[in-house]
Design a protein. Sequence first.
Length: 712
Amino acid sequence: MSARPLPSRLLAALPPLWLVCLLAGGWFLFKAALALPHAAERLMQSDNDDLMRLVVVRDWLQGQGWFDTRQYRILPPEGISLHWSRYVDGAIAALMLAAASVMPLAAAEMFAVTFWPALLALVAICVIAFGTGRLFGRLAALVAVATFLTLPQFENEFAPGRIDHHNVQILCALAIFHIAVWPLGPRALLAGALAGGLTALSLAVGLEMLPFLALVWGMAALRHAFALPERPGPSAPGVWLRGFALGLGIGAPLLMAGQVPVRGWATPWCDVLAPPVLTLGAIGILATLAPVWLEHRLRPPAARIGLVLGLAGAGIALAWPVLGPCAAGPYAMIAPDVREIIDRQIIEGHSVPALLVSFPVILVGAFLPGLLIGAGALLAIRPLAAGGASAKGNPAALDEARRFALATALVVLAGGLVVAMTQIRASNLFIPVLPLLSGFLVQAVLAIPRAARSRAPMILLALLAMPITLREWVPPLLEWAGAPGTPRARAAAMAEGAPEPPRFTGAMTCRSAEAMAEIAALPEGAVVFSRLHLGTAILAYTPHSATSAPYHRSNDAFRNGMTAFDSPRALVHALRRANASHLVLCHAPGRDRALAERIAEAPPAWLVPLGPPRADVAIYRIRPALLPEDAPADWPFADWPPDWTGDRPARPPTGPDSAGMRGQASVGPFAADSAGFRPLDLGTLGSWDREPPGPGDPAPSPDRADHAGDRP
């Protein structure tokens, strides 16, 4: 049964693609404009990575070296190493500087963090609209853009204030995918080079999308394996692969050199663009180019595929001394106990089976759309492929370019779903192909003849697969059923005496301007020990140092924010190891409140409460000389052992003057800007020639404001 062309009146009524881009992009810019007055409050409650990105950009603008990506205010004076890309920092900083030419510095900072995601979304919308429209027509492009606007992952990653690198990676992945499936023509070499360069940029920003990039590259090599050589020149798929190899082979080393100091070029990092990834890329280039060079002599597809696999296998075996240490992935350097923290307590690290038991509502936005859209697209292909309709004038019919686009999208989707089954954060691997697949699905369903029995079920499946349907209907059903993780289930569990789940402890309540002002008023040079969720906020909103942050290159920073609070013994050991001067507990309802109340009743000798808890935080000065050599293994909520508490100091005053015990009044970063951020000092722009200290160099001092890695 042939696919029928869509009604001409329907196609004529659809807006042109440039107008779709303008309207959809304008919607993101409009949302950013609405969010701008509340940017500071929104960022306060944002992800740790967004706050850390802001801190990193500020540090560079205030003098830290371009090649120095250490964060010296976490576990000072050595600090911790970050694996982030300077290119994202530079782009955000450029937007800040441009805005600072027409508005105050504090306002320019908020403008940049608010509009940066919107500008990326505008580019992403144009890529989706023109890429999908070129293959499947305007209707499919319109549906694809609607998917981008309504899919929760896209909404979250491109929301105002999201200045982490994931939206940059998603944009690169969208562009690479659409360039790879764009119908080949006389500019195949240029298209391949552009895709290769964007692949290098994506790897320079981060390695999270590496499986996606490998699958798209593999599908391009597979396309060449079945291509017939065009005499006298090479085949178009071969030309595309040559351009891809050229862009990746030149771009990856240059981009690595652009953000890594010379003495770090040989460091075999597994979590950034470094020698292991460059080696893997070189193996891939040689393996995929060999059949291109021999395409006139090596014609059978099986022979070409065998040559690629053989050369890739041989290259990996020969390079195993370089690649082997990274076989366990980017988290190879993490201690087993920290890896358990990531897998057990960080939602992004949970598997789909675990989330089905604990928080199934998360799967509504992160997993279910890919599953349903993929299933619908797969079912829609069969009747269209069997129909044999001409592709000319019928965007629903399948020609060679459309078949390759769908095959690539489905392979990427399948691979992403498999990886996401183990860690839900891997759902970002397949969301770049969902807009095109959803556009094709709607287009294909409308092309099914009215008399076909499959038409009604396919329409129902297409409606159910749309993100807007899932978002509006599934969560209420889960709430009605009392599914785990829903407010109804949590309320029922707490009514029976169960503790509130960690994700809903009110932790973010302590991220407020008032709480940060209390911490900012501590004496200069304070090193604040806190749980994980407060570490990056302390860096962003106060001049002090922190001891905890969720970054895998520092096991101690992870432990300090999580397992250090499991027992008095763990806390005492962590405090001594971190050289902390103050302890901050979140006094909002949750894990820390009982501990804070018990310490207030019977403070140990080595903790001095600085006034009663205010602004949902309880702050204590640590007396290092009185830290015991050992401590109880369990929290003594019933009775604190005398040998641990020692001679308790007198209860601190609770009157209005008690804030004076913390240094000065609540000034610091909040005095200059009501939003709560320290304004940038642009008198000293970031240095490009400073490198991080080497093994023999002295460690930076936290008291030196002029050091490349320090902040005043």
